[in-house]
Design a protein around this ligand. Structure first.
Ligand code: GLU
Length: 411
């Protein structure tokens, strides 16, 4: 049976790259009817960050890629690591120095494996490896040791992790060999780069999944975009739900080149998702998103809400765009010249229009624009209060004549 684990160290808030590893684990486990476990590698006590675990769990919960069963905390398993460290000492494969236990690396061996990303054969020579600590003098294990012991005890079949761990893998292989344990397959994921082709970091505006949530990204878009950072099912298919990704996921399709995080594409994909869920669903998500904003909540609960949500959706990249799109407040004050034009336009429309039906309104606007030689974008601003946004006719349908006129009257 396939059994994978996500094994973060709670030394910081995971950004999107870390959660991509969780997602690939999840997709692979689901695809193969396997198990996905969560192990918190909290052995480096000095570097622990209190909020990290809670934030991580919240991310997995929001994205609905939660692990199965209990969460393992390595800091609660010190006795186990100690026992195994002693075993290596008694086999004379490890030795004590300065109160710590070290593994002696054999110079004559080589360490090799075929990484499942790109089926790449990787080999390290023992002579280039150094002895390393497995148990520190405070009795905490090091990452390398606890990681291997647990992957063995939990019968992990595939290790998905960032490619920055490739150079640690010889140590891990030697530990498997020393204990006579079967080693898992390794799937080292190419690191995500920013637009300047250096490792994605806060400098590039890399954010945590929770930041994207508060900026109005849908979980479907976050999952979808994260998945595409290093994997695609072939062809030009880009929009996929979690279930579709499970269906299509294959390690063979993980790209061995480093993916580049493209903010514009992420926003585009979010817009695609916003338009693909039902108006009712979008309305509910907006209500939740704007729960602290009285004004928007009122709009969302009004009878006009479904119409507004529908027309706004076609122009939204994130849920955050909704507020300015539907706000009745003008984006800026009119210039003196614009005030004059607005007055004229008001007189023109009130004198010429009978029904204020769309066709009639549109004709009148065209006529006014031609006769007075006023560009359409000025008229758009005067009638809607926005440089761009929901169209005049749509606002005429939703808010009606009085709203358009009031825009012409105001400052
Ligand atoms: N604790 C390591 C990390 O945070 C886990 C690496 C691994 O999966 O082996 O990346």
């Amino acid at each position: 049976m396939v059994r994978v684990r996500f094994a973060p160290s709670p030394t910081g808030i995971q950004h999107i790259g870390g959660i991509r590893t969780a997602l690939y684990n999840y997709l692979f486990a689901k695809k193969n009817q396997g198990e996905f476990l969560l192990r918190i590698e909290d052995t480096d006590q000095k570097r622990l960050i209190k909020e990290a675990e809670g934030a991580l769990l919240e991310m997995l919960r929001w994205l609905e890629i939660e692990p199965k069963g209990n969460i393992v905390h390595q800091s609660k398993r010190l006795d186990i690591y100690k026992k195994y460290a002693k075993e290596l000492v008694s086999k004379e494969l490890a030795y004590e120095k300065d109160g710590a236990i070290w593994v002696k690396m054999p110079e004559s061996k080589s360490f090799e494996w075929t990484d499942l990303v790109g089926n790449k054969h990787i080999r390290f020579e023992g002579k280039d490896q150094k002895d390393f600590v497995i148990l520190k003098s405070d009795e905490f294990p090091t990452y390398h040791f606890a990681n291997v012991v647990d992957d063995h005890l939990f019968e992990i079949t595939h290790v998905f992790r960032g490619e920055e761990w490739i150079s640690s893998t010889p140590k891990h292989l030697y530990l498997y060999e020393s204990f006579g344990w079967k080693r898992p397959e390794f799937v080292h994921l190419p690191v995500i780069l920013g637009s300047d082709h250096t490792k994605l970091s806060k400098r590039h505006g890399a954010k945590s999944v929770l930041d994207y949530r508060s900026q109005g990204y849908l979980k479907e878009a976050v999952l979808n975009y994260m998945a595409l950072l290093g994997w695609n099912p072939g062809g030009d298919r880009e929009k996929m739900s979690l279930d579709e990704m499970i269906e299509l996921f294959k390690i063979d399709h993980i790209n061995s080149a480093n993916p580049i995080f493209d903010q514009t594409k992420f926003e585009w994909l979010n817009g695609v998702w916003i338009r693909s869920i039902s108006t009712k669903d979008l309305q509910e998500r907006l209500i939740e998103f704007y729960s602290d904003d009285k004004e928007v909540t009122e709009t969302l609960k009004s009878s006009k809400s479904p119409d507004l949500v529908k027309v706004a959706a076609s122009r939204m990249k994130t849920l955050m765009d909704f507020k300015s799109l539907v706000s009745k407040t003008s984006q800026r004050e009119k210039t003196r010249e614009e005030i004059k034009i607005a007055k004229k336009l008001k007189t023109f429309l009130t004198q010429n229009l009978k029904t204020w039906e769309d066709a009639e309104l549109l004709n009148a606007i065209k006529e006014f624009s031609k006769e007075e030689d006023i560009p359409f974008k000025t008229i758009f601003f005067l009638l809607t209060g926005k440089e761009q946004g929901i169209g005049i006719l749509e606002l005429n349908q939703i808010y009606g004549k009085d709203f358009l006129i009031s825009n012409l009257e105001g400052k």
